[in-house]
Design a protein around this ligand. Sequence first.
Ligand SMILES: Cc1cc2nc3c(=O)[nH]c(=O)nc-3n(C[C@H](O)[C@H](O)[C@H](O)COP(=O)(O)OP(=O)(O)OC[C@H]3O[C@@H](n4cnc5c(N)ncnc54)[C@H](O)[C@@H]3O)c2cc1C
Length: 490
Amino acid sequence: MNRQSLIEQLDSTPEFDICIIGGGATGLGIAVDAASRGYKTVLFEQHDFAKGTSSRSTKLVHGGVRYLQQGNIKLVMEALKERGLLLKNAPHLVHNQKFIVPNYKWWEKPYYGIGLKIYDWMAGSLGIGPSELLNTEETLALTPTLDPDDLTGAVLYHDGQFDDARLAISLAQTAVTLDALVLNYFSVTALLKKQQNVCGVWVKNQLTGKEYEVKSKVVINATGVFTDRILSMDNPEHESLISPSQGIHLVVDKEFLPGDTAIMIPKTDDGRVLFAVPWHDKIVLGTTDTPVEEITEEPIPLKEEIEFILTHIGRYLTKDPQHSDIRSMFAGLRPLVKGKSKVTAALSRDHLITISESDMITVTGGKWTTYRKMAEDTVNLVAEKLQSQITCVTHELKIAVLRPVPASIEGLTDEQITTLVKQTANHEMCMTVEDFLSRRTRQLLLDARIAMEKSPLVAAALADVLNKDQAWIQAQINNFKNIATHYLPH
Ligand SMILES: Cc1cc2nc3c(=O)[nH]c(=O)nc-3n(C[C@H](O)[C@H](O)[C@H](O)COP(=O)(O)OP(=O)(O)OC[C@H]3O[C@@H](n4cnc5c(N)ncnc54)[C@H](O)[C@@H]3O)c2cc1C
């Protein structure tokens, strides 16, 4: 993926079939689907790929045991099918993760045991391993730091785990291999209209300031929690579609949950699911569901959310994690489709596709796990509009294999880090220190202090490849540190 050569192609393309706004899971999935059906496709992302919600998930490719509890059978069936397809098409990016649901009350083993058997059954031939009932010894052998008082055993089940930002970059590469143009740091500033119909966009290259008029037969709004802003460009009077809900994660050392089995607590005080999941040699604890008003690129965990997770997880572990144990914390905003319920945990995770009077398509909601299905549904609609019924091929499309990049740079030499910076700048459109430390590697999410320490080295290496001066290096370090301080407990 060479950004400069993609920009040159943008200059020389008079009209695209499909223009996608937003480079998260939804937009990138659509780019892959559209390009694989042969449509001339362009995607614009205002920051970096997956800078929004798509790099801040719990990293699970799952059917959603919680939605099963809520009785949303259709959503669970669809997500389980997508989980199976993703494991087949991207085995290098998704793996089978064991979870246990610990049992402390007499009814929990039969209740969750039956529920998870139904979950297995719903996955059908795309199942990834049967659930099992464990006794206390078997449970503690898998999760030795689980509180043993009153423990009567556990139900073990399987789901998928992935690295969200890595999948996003792999989808961008897949789309480019299929001849799509995908560009980060290109912000859509206005919609182009002809006789009231949207027929393209105005975009600005955020790194040079240059503006472009881009014509396209179809424009798709895939901007997650920013959906309403694009809808306002189309019609300032539009009805709001999004109800944003914040979820945070705390990252702690592996000593709190050694081994490779995750813990799932099906019901916290506020009726949510809580996870403790091993991820890249750390443990991710989360998440919360807090309705928020403000939509921002860098949401910040609230004190109450941090307390909530520490208190709840402490009830299940022999050693309670404290503030000082937090290596990093990150927050994301769910782009939930507006409903009548005031409680965001009860809003649907189902996706919604709408077409405005001006013919712009908007895709919202859903989850990472179902990105492929969302893309299929959206491009089916486009195919109808363009009267070119080319069928979807992504059920079997393999997702690109990138050159390896470690999630953590802890312990690497300066020379090794410099080589990685150059590799990602040359092949993965890594343009800033934050791109490298947050989404090419995952150092910011794994240990924010180490990420801050390494930022001057990363800035200097990146300046070398991108031909930047000392002032750029300093601005990059300052900007990164401003962001990274919010990943440490305050
Ligand atoms: C806490 C949390 C945990 C989650 N855990 C899971 C999980 O474990 N498994 C799972 O399957 N799902 C999970 N999800 C859901 C999943 O992460 C989201 O559904 C998904 O990432 C949404 O992707 P998106 O592309 O719609 O939005 P985003 O990722 O936010 O992408 C939208 C993009 O549009 C860009 N944009 C906005 N305006 C413009 C413009 N004018 N021009 C160009 N670009 C623009 C933004 O910069 C952004 O990058 C979780 C969500 C949260 C919040």
